[in-house]
Design a protein. Structure first.
Length: 618
C-alpha cells in the first residue's frame, strides 16, 4: 500500500481546464460543442468526459444498495433477477408441457397469457400441474374484468396444494389504462375492480396486481424520458386511485409493478432504471408508508420490439443483447428478451431458446448476477441518472398539473405526444439521422425476404365495459417498417433494379461516394454494382448498359463533376436513370442541363427511394 501511495504521489492530477485545453489543441480549431457534446433527445447535453467534481451536488451517490431511495437497487448482496419467458395459452395442457420444458432450460419466471373465457379452476389446475410456485415466479395476463376471478382461483389452488402462500412470487396484469392507449377504448370503468383484486390476493403478499405497462410506450417509439415520466405518472395515478378506494397506502404501493421497455441506448437505459427507482421512492414516500420497503420499485424489463427488423434479423440479437445488459446492470427484478424473429412470425423454438440463453450467458458466463450496482460511481452514469431524472420529473409534474395520467390518457394527450415522437423518429430514420443497422445503414446487399412478412399484433379479447367512443391509439409501427415495405415492394417487381456505380476521377472521393451510394440504394433492395474506376465517362456508361443497369450513379469529386457529369448524362441519353452522388457547387449547372437526381448525406433516403421506385414502375 505504501508503494502504491508513493506511486500516485509522483503524478499530478490534471485539472478539468487542462483536459479542455488539451482537447482544444487536438480539435485543431473545430467547435467543441458541435464535435464532442452529445445533444440527447431527452432534453439535456452529455459532455465527452466527467470528473468527480461533477458529482459533488448529487445526493443519491451517497446512498447504499438496498437503501432508500433505492437508486442503487433493491438488493444489498447480489443482483439476481428472474429469467422470464411468456407463453400464449391456447391449450392448457400444451402450455403446461411447454412451461415444464423451459423451466428445465434456465427459465425461472413464467408469463401466461390466458383468454378471459378460459379462466376457470379446471383450466388453471391443468396449466399449473407439476409447477412448483414457491420456486418459480408466475405471471398471468388475461382480460381485465376476469382478473379478480383469476386471483380467487389461484389462491384457492395454492391453498389446496398447501403451497407456502407467503413465499409465492408473481403477478396478475391488471392495467386498464394500457388498454385505453392500445385499443382506443375507454375502459376506465374496470378500475372499480382494483380494490376487490387486492383483497382477493390478501393471502399472497408476494403477488403484484396493479401493473404499469410502460413497455407499450417504448414499443410505440417514446423517448426514454417520456417512458420514465409517463411511467411515474401512471404508477402515481394507480396508487392514488387505490388509496381513494380505501386500500392502505403501504399495501397499495407493494402491489404495484412496472413492465418497462429497454431501447438500444445502452448507458441512458441503465440511467433510466436507476432514475426510475429514485423518483418512485420519492413519490411513494409522500403517502407516508409504514416501511421504506414499500417505496421500492419492482421492474420487469422487456427488450424493445420497436427497433427490431425483418431484414437482417440476426442483428436483432445484437440489439436485444445490449438492451439486456442495460437492464441487468441497472438491477431490475426480471427480464424478458424479445425473440429476434418476432417482427415476422410467431417466435420459433430456436428463437426462444436463443432469447433465454442471452440472459443465461450474462448470468453464468459474465456473472452479472453477482454484481451489486456495478454502474454506481461511474461519473458518466451518475450524471446521466441525475439528468434523466430531472427531465422525467418535469414530465411527471406536467402530467400531474394537467389533471393526472388517467385524465390525460382519456383526452388523448399522452397518446398524441408519444405518436408525435414516433413520427419524428420515423422522419429521422428516413433522413438517416437515426440509423437502423441493416436497414437504412449497411443493408445486406444480397438478402431477400424469403417470404417473410411483417407480423400483426396480438389482439386482446373485448370487454363488455368498453365505451363505444374511439380515442387515439398508440402507433406501434416499428422504426424500420417503412423501409421494409419499400424493399418488399421491390422484391415483387418483375425485375430487380440494377444500380451501377460509374466511378471516375479522384480515387478517394469516387470510392467514398460509391460506398455511400451502394448503401443508400441497397436499402430499397436494388442490386448494386460497384466498380474500380473508368478512364472515360463513355467507357463507364457502356459498361453500365452492358450490365443492364436501371440506375447509373456517377461517383467522383465535387470539382470533377463539372467536367464529367453533363457528358455522362448526355451520353447515357435517358437509357437509364442518371444520379449524381453528392451535392457539388456546380449543382445548378447540372440541373440546368437536365440532371434531376442527386443523393447525399442530406437526402431524405426513404422519399428518394420511393420516388425512384415510382420512376421504375414499382
Amino acid at each position: 500500500m505504501a508503494n502504491k501511495e508513493k506511486l500516485f504521489s509522483e503524478f499530478q492530477a490534471p485539472t478539468t481546464q487542462e483536459w479542455l485545453d488539451k482537447i482544444e489543441v487536438d480539435l485543431k480549431g473545430a467547435d467543441f460543442q458541435k464535435r464532442l457534446v452529445w445533444r440527447t433527445n431527452e432534453g439535456f447535453n452529455v459532455q465527452p468526459f466527467y470528473r468527480r467534481e461533477d458529482l459533488k451536488d448529487l445526493k443519491a451517490v451517497d446512498s447504499l444498495p438496498g437503501e432508500f431511495p433505492f437508486v442503487r437497487g433493491n438488493k444489498k448482496d447480489n443482483n439476481l433477477w428472474y429469467v422470464r419467458q411468456d407463453i400464449v395459452v391456447d391449450d392448457a395442457k400444451a402450455a403446461n408441457a411447454k412451461a415444464l420444458d423451459i423451466l428445465n432450460k434456465g427459465v425461472d419466471s413464467l408469463g401466461f397469457r390466458i383468454a378471459g373465457k378460459d379462466v376457470s379452476a379446471e383450466f388453471i389446475a391443468t396449466l399449473l400441474d407439476g409447477i412448483m410456485p414457491q420456486y418459480v415466479e408466475l405471471n398471468f395476463m388475461t382480460c381485465q374484468r376476469h382478473c379478480v376471478e383469476l386471483a380467487q382461483i389461484l389462491v384457492a389452488y395454492f391453498k389446496e396444494k398447501q403451497y407456502p402462500l407467503a413465499e409465492l412470487k408473481g403477478s396478475i396484469d391488471f392495467d386498464p389504462i394500457s388498454r385505453i392507449m392500445r385499443k382506443g377504448k375507454d375502459v376506465s370503468a374496470v378500475l372499480q375492480f382494483t380494490k376487490p383484486l387486492v383483497e382477493a390476493l390478501a393471502e399472497l403478499p408476494g403477488y403484484k396486481c396493479i401493473l404499469v405497462n410502460s413497455c407499450l410506450l417504448n414499443n410505440a417509439g417514446a423517448y426514454i424520458y417520456q417512458e420514465l415520466g409517463y411511467a411515474l405518472a401512471w404508477g402515481a395515478e394507480y396508487l392514488n386511485l387505490a388509496v381513494e378506494a380505501g386500500i392502505d397506502a403501504t399495501e397499495a404501493a407493494k402491489r404495484i409493478k412496472f413492465n418497462m421497455g429497454v431501447s438500444e441506448n445502452y448507458f441512458m437505459e441503465i440511467a433510466k432504471f436507476r432514475a426510475a427507482r429514485l423518483l418512485w421512492a420519492q413519490i411513494v414516500k409522500q403517502y407516508e408508508p409504514k416501511c421504506d420497503c414499500a417505496c421500492q420499485m419492482h421492474v420487469c424489463a422487456i427488450t424493445s420490439e420497436y427497433n427490431q427488423t425483418l431484414f437482417d434479423s440476426y442483428v436483432n440479437l445484437l440489439r436485444s443483447q445490449t438492451e439486456t445488459m442495460s437492464a441487468a446492470l441497472a438491477n431490475v427484478d426480471s427480464i424478458i428478451v424479445t425473440p429476434f424473429d418476432k417482427p415476422y412470425e410467431a417466435p420459433t423454438e430456436f428463437a426462444e431458446r436463443i432469447a433465454r440463453n442471452q440472459q443465461l450467458l450474462l448470468k453464468e458466463e459474465a456473472h452479472f448476477d453477482k454484481l451489486v450496482d456495478v454502474a454506481g460511481g461511474s461519473y458518466t452514469i451518475e450524471h446521466l441518472t441525475d439528468a434523466i431524472a430531472r427531465e422525467g420529473w418535469k414530465l411527471f409534474l406536467a402530467v400531474e398539473e394537467a389533471g393526472g395520467f388517467l385524465a390525460e390518457t382519456q383526452n388523448g394527450h399522452i397518446v398524441e405526444a408519444v405518436n408525435a415522437s414516433n413520427d419524428k423518429r420515423h422522419a429521422d430514420a428516413a433522413r438517416r439521422k437515426e440509423f437502423i443497422l441493416g436497414t437504412n445503414q449497411f443493408p445486406n446487399f444480397t438478402e431477400t425476404s424469403e417470404g417473410k412478412q411483417p407480423a400483426g399484433s396480438v389482439c386482446c379479447c373485448t370487454t363488455a365495459t368498453e365505451s363505444e367512443e374511439t380515442l387515439p391509439k398508440l402507433n406501434a409501427q416499428r422504426l424500420a417498417s417503412e423501409f421494409e415495405t419499400l424493399r418488399l415492394a421491390t422484391e415483387k417487381a418483375q425485375k430487380q433494379p440494377v444500380a451501377f456505380m460509374l466511378t471516375i476521377g479522384n480515387l478517394a472521393m469516387r470510392q467514398a461516394r460509391a460506398q455511400f451510394s451502394c448503401n443508400f440504394l441497397a436499402a430499397a433492395g436494388y442490386k448494386v454494382m460497384d466498380n474500380l474506376g473508368f478512364k472515360t465517362v463513355e467507357e463507364g456508361v457502356d459498361a453500365a448498359l452492358e450490365a443492364k443497369a436501371d440506375i447509373v450513379v456517377i461517383c467522383s469529386s465535387d470539382d470533377e463533376y463539372a467536367e464529367y457529369a453533363i457528358p455522362a448524362y448526355k451520353y447515357l441519353a435517358d437509357r437509364a436513370m442518371f444520379v449524381v452522388a453528392g451535392a457539388p457547387a456546380c449543382s445548378d449547372d447540372l440541373k440546368a442541363a437536365g440532371i434531376e437526381n442527386f443523393i447525399n448525406v442530406k437526402s431524405n433516403q426513404l422519399e428518394t427511394l420511393r420516388a425512384y421506385n415510382a420512376k421504375l414502375g414499382i
